[in-house]
Design a protein around this ligand. Structure first.
Ligand code: ZN
Length: 174
């Protein structure tokens, strides 16, 4: 049973981050409460996006705000994305991989079609940071983290920090 009150920031290597998230069948009050909680987490941790698995929930939902403000935060349920435009490598971080930053190649534009909190299917096109956030958050729903997109050299550079995160996770869960 989904309990949004129990959701919290989830970091690598929590298994939920490596799984493909499940579709949301009905947009009900528990989903609306989950979305509100996810926006709170995104604002608290100063992100521009947050996906369900990052809140510990294996559901296909993400929130994003182009400027990291609550006013501009939006909720995307069961999203489909269509990246477009040229590929650009831009430095990215991830709230689930604190302390790791690396240039990730992504399309500069992206169209997202998703269900909103009223249950309506909407389409939105973005470019720049928001287009990148859509692609990054969609990756989370597929169980993919930025480290899974790293080049060999980026993997080597991040190895130590990844090991620290694994040790932190073990000490928290033991
Ligand atoms: Zn992320």
């Amino acid at each position: 049973m989904l309990d949004p009150e129990k959701c919290g920031m989830t970091r690598f290597p929590a298994p939920v981050l490596a799984e493909r998230a499940k579709p949301i069948e009905t947009v009900d009050d528990s989903i609306r409460r989950l979305a509100a909680k996810m926006i709170d987490l995104m604002i608290e941790f100063k992100g521009v996006g947050l996906a369900g698995p990052q809140a510990g929930v294996d559901l296909r939902i993400f929130v994003a705000s182009p400027d990291g403000t609550r006013e501009n935060a939006k909720v995307y349920i069961n999203p489909e994305i269509e990246p477009a435009g040229p590929i650009e490598a831009v430095e990215e971080g991830c709230l689930s991989l604190p302390g790791i930053f690396a240039k990730i190649r992504r399309n500069t534009q992206c169209t997202v079609t998703a269900t909103d909190l009223d249950g309506n299917r909407c389409t939105e096109s973005a470019e720049g940071l928001l287009a990148r956030a859509f692609q990054h958050e969609f990756d989370h729903l597929e169980g993919k983290l930025i480290k899974d997109r790293f080049s060999r050299i980026q993997q080597i550079a991040a190895r130590r920090r990844l090991r620290e995160l694994m040790e932190d996770y073990e000490s928290l869960s033991s």
